[in-house]
Ligand binder design. Structure first.
Ligand SMILES: C[S@@+](CC[C@H](N)C(=O)[O-])C[C@H]1O[C@@H](n2cnc3c(N)ncnc32)[C@H](O)[C@@H]1O
Length: 270
């Protein structure tokens, strides 16, 4: 089984195309140089821990699956358009992650419990047309996010590759509506001339509300710091500038894994 080694001198061929990580992957026995990207992402952002179950979207040839297997002894499922040569203990699905049929297969394997982490290194076939490739990459990553929303456990994590471009900020905004923390990160193992970047969502918000949602609520308690406390479907919301018993129309301003903050839009008079 592949084992990562740190450091070392690695050959390049004369045009420099076979870089350090290519040779390192060969030496360490990984299926792809991409393996080191996941090691570096995980070292920096602590997404995968022992016992976690993982779905890897766009997983062929399987470098990330090999890394995932070193980081956790949990259930691992790899999905790709291409067949993934078997890796002991890892389940694979050959299918298009953007299709309902594949999502159903993933849901069936994951079961009702969900998974702790969804990772996605999927890349569209490159056309060489920058904006087209960017748009296709955003499409794929959006499908990965939609899949993650269906299968992540509350508090779970997500990482996906995106090619940078003008739709990047919109995607990060969408991500931030579903996770408590979002980051973007470029691991050293990404080629320096590459347009790819990895977007990370930590602590999946399974709250029954999202930033910007509006609700009519009653303030049932005043918290120790003076904020009013209301609940929406049992989820605690802290509301500023209210009194006990106030009936108010609120707008959610921030969502944390276990509670949310809101501002008052209107005091209701009955
Ligand atoms: C860069 S490779 C992934 C490398 C992998 N992380 C590794 O370490 O070996 C990108 C993969 O995304 C897959 N892919 C692209 N579009 C896909 C789709 N719609 N559904 C499933 N896989 C897809 C490609 O087939 C390709 O194998």
């Amino acid at each position: 089984m592949a084992r990562v080694r740190k450091g070392g001198n690695y050959r390049k061929n004369k045009d420099g195309k076979r870089d350090t990580y290519y040779w390192k992957a060969k030496e360490d026995g990984f299926r792809s140089r991409a393996a080191y990207k996941l090691f570096q992402i995980n070292e920096k952002h602590e997404l995968i821990k022992p016992g976690d179950s993982i779905v890897d979207l766009g997983a062929a040839p399987g470098g990330w699956l090999e890394v995932a297997k070193q980081l956790t002894d949990g259930h691992i499922i790899g999905v790709d358009l291409q067949r993934i040569a078997p890796i002991e203990g890892i389940e694979t699905i050959k299918g298009d992650m953007t299709s309902e049929r594949t999502i159903e297969k993933i849901l069936k394997k994951v079961g009702e419990d969900g998974v702790e982490v969804v990772i996605c290194d999927a890349a569209p076939n490159l056309s060489g047309n920058w904006s087209l490739d960017h748009a296709r990459s955003i499409d794929l990553t959006t499908c990965a996010l939609e899949c993650a929303i269906k299968i992540l456990k509350p508090g779970g994590h997500f990482v996906a590759k995106v090619f940078q471009g003008d739709m990047f900020d919109g995607f990060v905004h969408k991500l931030s509506r579903n996770f408590a923390f979002t980051k973007s990160y470029s691991p050293k193992a990404s080629r320096s001339q590459s347009a790819e970047i990895y977007v990370i969502g930590k602590k999946f918000l399974s709250a029954p509300l999202k930033k910007g949602n509006k609700f009519d609520v009653e303030i049932t308690e005043i918290g120790s710091d003076g904020d009013g406390v209301a609940t929406v479907d049992g989820f605690v919301v802290f509301v500023k500038d209210v009194e006990l018993g106030d009936k108010v129309n609120i707008k959610i301003t921030d969502v944390k894994p276990n509670f949310a903050f809101a501002e008052v839009l209107k005091k209701n008079t009955n």
